[in-house]
Ligand binder design. Structure first.
Ligand code: SME
Length: 156
């Protein structure tokens, strides 16, 4: 996997997000990531629209699982622990929720605003161990740009 220039991608995303609207910006962000990073099969947002429940939001990829409680799956763990989950082999995680059988590795970044879990950004790859620590840091920086440039409404 070639090294990704996340500094450049972050500047491009900053320019792309020229509204403060959560729906527009979340749709643009997952489309941007899907188009610019290699070897991904699913990129999307899950939003806490009911207490402790992640509801499917804008995404790129196959139709996906909905809803996901905070108590389940890799997405639930990211929301519950408010910590990024980087999984090299999803088959090795008993709690993994398989939406797309092609997925082999996964990165889930929580979106926390004012101490509240607004949602998560979930990224899946058909490649084993697709996401390095550098990818994690780069994608967390992209999520930070999304949060900084978006008005995030409280749904619950
Ligand atoms: N694999 C996730 C579910 C979401 S799909 O990958 C789109 C999980 O275990 O939480």
């Amino acid at each position: 996997m070639s090294t990704t220039d996340y500094t450049l991608l972050n500047r491009q995303l900053e320019a792309l997000l020229d509204t403060r609207d959560w729906l527009t910006n979340s749709a643009q962000t997952c489309a941007f990531i899907q188009q610019t990073l290699e070897a991904l099969n699913w990129v999307g947002f899950y939003l806490q629209r009911e207490p402790q429940l992640l509801c499917l939001g804008p995404f790129q990829g196959k139709p996906a699982c909905h809803p996901i409680p905070f108590s389940k799956g890799v997405c639930g763990a990211a929301a519950r622990e408010q910590a990024t989950q980087r999984v090299d082999d999803v088959h090795a995680v008993a709690d993994h929720i398989a939406c797309d059988a092609d997925s082999r590795s996964e990165l889930v970044v929580p979106i926390v605003h004012d101490g509240f879990v607004w949602g998560v950004l979930d990224i899946d790859s058909p490649q084993h161990a697709r996401f390095s620590q550098e990818d994690q840091a780069g994608i967390e920086a992209l999520v930070a740009t999304f949060v900084r440039q978006t008005d995030l409404p409280r749904f619950v």
